[in-house]
Design a protein around this ligand. Structure first.
Ligand SMILES: [Zn+2]
Length: 246
């Protein structure tokens, strides 16, 4: 059930089928010369919609913004603070709880470490504030990376706007892919906090987009959707066990 597209009575009827909601989180972020700024949102939303065709679940409208650290100087990236991200996810989760949702899956298409930790903190606050609410926080992009290791992905250190993401957007929205970008890896000098990040990562690509194909993209989207279905079933099982006093 796509929350954007259903009515009040359909929402009420939906609660008799499931108490689980899925909140996709994306970003507005550069993805090299060839992928659109909405790449992260598009992938996690597609995986969420595919899962919702297989099991009853409410798919919330995605949050199109996230916290972007390494790419914030690149043209087009629009980042929100980790404070804002925590607050908005907490508020949406609280509102879902008030509407009868008891299982919340926060799934991010953007994989930044600080971005993910803000989502985990929001999850902690939600669980503390709402006894009876189960929360799962997952990085859907990591699922694709893990699935890719099983022979689909050829780039050893594939990351941002590389083989995985290019393949998935080629499969999902080929009209939005503008050719490719050169293979590149960032040169951040850890442990130093980079000031001008763009100078150390000019093209904004981590990996080799030239290795991408729509067939790989389809396999990676399907693998993630399957994992999302499993997680939704696991969430429903936990909620069912609780209802039975387990
Ligand atoms: Zn991305």
């Amino acid at each position: 059930m796509i929350l954007d597209e259903i009515t009040m009575p359909e929402f009420e009827a939906g609660l008799t089928l499931t108490r689980t909601a899925l909140l996709p989180i994306g970003s507005v972020e550069e993805h090299g010369l060839h992928l659109p700024l909405g790449t992260d949102t598009a992938q996690v939303l597609e995986v969420s919609r595919r899962a919702a065709r297989q099991v009853p679940v409410f798919v919330c409208p995605p949050l199109h913004y996230g916290y972007c650290r390494s790419t914030r100087d690149h043209p087009g990236t629009l980042s929100i603070s980790t404070e804002s991200l925590r607050s908005v996810v907490f508020d949406i989760g609280s509102s879902l709880f008030a509407q009868g949702i008891r299982g919340l899956i926060v799934a991010s298409g953007h994989a930044g470490a600080l971005h993910m930790s803000a989502l985990e903190e929001a999850g902690e606050r939600l669980v503390e504030s709402h006894p009876g609410l189960e929360v799962a926080v997952v990085c859907e992009y990591r699922w694709a990376q893990e699935a890719g290791r099983n022979a689909v992905v050829e780039t050893a250190d594939d990351g941002h706007a590389g083989e995985i993401e290019t393949s998935r957007i080629q499969s999902l929205s080929p009209h939005l892919v503008r050719g490719t970008s050169p293979e590149e890896y960032p040169r951040f000098a850890a442990p130093f906090v980079a000031r001008n990040k763009r100078s150390q990562w000019p093209g904004g690509v981590w990996g080799n987009p030239a290795k991408a194909s729509p067939e790989k993209g389809e396999r990676l989207l399907a693998a993630s959707a399957e994992r999302m279905v499993e997680l939704i079933r696991e969430m429903e099982a936990r909620l069912g066990a609780k209802q039975r006093g387990g």
